[in-house]
Design a protein around this ligand. Structure first.
Ligand SMILES: O=C(CO)[C@H](O)[C@H](O)COP(=O)(O)O
Ligand SMILES: [Co+2]
Length: 233
């Protein structure tokens, strides 16, 4: 059972947490693709899509269970784009997610959803689409382990980064320091070596990168390049 983790414990001294999205890995060669990361990734990001909240279908809890069985120690960052979120919690909580992130827009009772995730011993994340303002998150920020700011409209990998979403990262970072809250800020969609430094400088702790990592011949080198880019600032 995970206790209440603070920001610095989750980040564990790293400048940026990099979470490759398996959405861009070849489904028939997923194990090989994970091997190609050569231990450079911090987390594995798993995108669950329902063909209803988002216009695409991807995986279900069976993939999360299989990943947990094959990689007992890996941090599984599970992003569920499903509506209503309430109907899908139990299956993902028991599948082995380390962190379960639900969309504010897809939950009828976001406070109850986050509380249920936390009560089960899994870290609780809350996400917002590019068209949703960050301010409505205020009543639940104190209880979130992570806030996922979508920088593309959810549903597909390989889309272009929506630059205006960075302002929400700045706001979340400011509110966090003013109130002394401990959530991590993660950005998802269109992130790669070219924009990761700006995203990190805005206050982001974690980034998801799908096509930028798995679309390349040397995925582990892309991750290293992203880290170097953040270090350079
Ligand atoms: O949640 C997602 C899409 O809904 C994915 O995590 C995201 O799009 C990652 O892919 P890419 O880095 O190629 O944009
Ligand atoms: Co995602």
């Amino acid at each position: 059972m995970a206790g209440p983790l603070q920001l610095k414990e989750l980040k564990n001294g790293r400048e940026i947490i990099i979470a490759p999205s398996l959405l861009s890995a070849d489904i028939l060669n997923m194990e090989r693709h994970i091997g190609e990361l050569k231990g450079e990734a911090d987390w594995l990001h798993v995108d669950i899509m329902d063909g209803h909240f988002v216009p695409n279908l991807s995986y279900g809890p069976a993939l999360v269970s299989a990943l947990r069985k094959r990689y007992p120690q890996v941090f599984l960052d599970v992003h569920i784009m499903v509506e209503p979120a309430e109907d899908f919690l139990d299956m993902f909580l028991s599948a082995g997610a380390t962190l379960l992130t639900v969309h504010l827009e897809a939950a009828k009772h976001i406070h109850r959803v986050l509380q249920k995730i936390k009560d089960s011993g899994v870290m609780a994340g809350v996400s917002i689409n590019p068209g949703t303002a960050a301010e409505p998150l205020l009543p639940v920020l104190h209880m979130a382990d992570l806030v996922l700011v979508m920088s593309v409209n959810p549903g597909y990998g390989g889309q272009s980064f929506i630059a205006e979403t960075i302002d929400k990262v700045r706001w979340l970072s400011k509110v966090r320091s003013e109130r002394g809250w401990g959530y991590l800020i993660e950005m998802d969609g269109g992130v790669g070596p070219k924009n990761v430094a700006e995203i990190a400088a805005a206050g982001c702790d974690a980034v998801v990168a799908g096509s930028a990592v798995f679309g390349q011949p040397e995925p582990s080198e892309v991750i290293k390049e992203m880290r170097r880019s953040v270090q350079r600032g």
